[in-house]
Design a protein around this ligand. Structure first.
Ligand code: COA
Length: 172
């Protein structure tokens, strides 16, 4: 049985500056560039938790409400919320900072799922997560229903088997 690890052991912070090559014609960060950075920071967090090669299995819905401007400094924080057998959910928080204006805002939050694999790409068992803080415990508790929702949407689980998900709708 794989050993347990604290959620904080996977904490990863990545900082980038939005350069001209990263922007659209309105001089805002391209969505695809941001998703690339999110994938990288989350993969590092997943590797830290599992000490394995990891592959991206899914990225939950990401909406781009807030543009990030050219010259802003983007900080991406990632941490594993919960692990299952070979998969783990990673929470990512993105903030954008206009340093000369001394302004910083959280622009995005997202959940990515990674699977730890062996050299042949076969899923492999990983350690359980021990949440400690209130936020870690809240993310840990919600991870099961988010997993069931993404597996149902991905046609990997039957809706009638998603018990945790059904319980929030008071369905039998
Ligand atoms: C992810 C991958 C390893 C799963 O392999 P698989 O043969 O389907 O394995 P399984 O059905 O045994 O699933 C393994 C785990 O992945 C999870 N999983 C598979 N697809 C998933 C999805 N779309 N979303 C969330 N989790 C998923 C399963 O729930 C399972 O989790 P668990 O072990 O914690 O219960 C495989 O599909 C793969 O290699 N995909 C390509 C990954 C990749 O290249 N990513 C980069 C994209 S360019």
């Amino acid at each position: 049985m794989a050993k347990k690890k604290f959620a904080k052991e996977s904490a990863t912070i990545m900082t980038e500056m939005v350069l001209p090559n990263d922007t659209n014609t309105l001089n805002n960060l391209m969505g695809g560039k941001l998703m690339h950075w999110m994938d990288v920071v989350a993969a590092i967090a997943a590797q830290k938790h599992s000490n394995r090669i990891v592959v991206t299995a899914s990225a939950d819905n990401i909406s781009f409400k807030q543009p990030i401007a050219l010259g802003n400094v983007v900080t991406l924080k990632a941490q594993v919320t919960r692990s299952f057998t070979s998969s783990m959910e990673v929470h990512i928080e993105v903030s954008a900072e206009d340093i000369p204006a001394n302004k910083s805002i959280v622009t995005h939050r997202a959940f990515f799922t990674f699977v730890a694999v062996d050299q042949n790409g076969k899923p492999i068992e990983i350690p359980e997560v021990i949440p400690e803080t209130e936020e870690e415990k809240e993310l840990f508790d919600g991870a099961l229903r988010r997993r069931q929702l993404r597996l149902v949407l991905g046609k990997r689980m039957k809706a009638e088997d998603a018990h945790e998900l059904k319980s929030i709708f008071n369905m039998k």
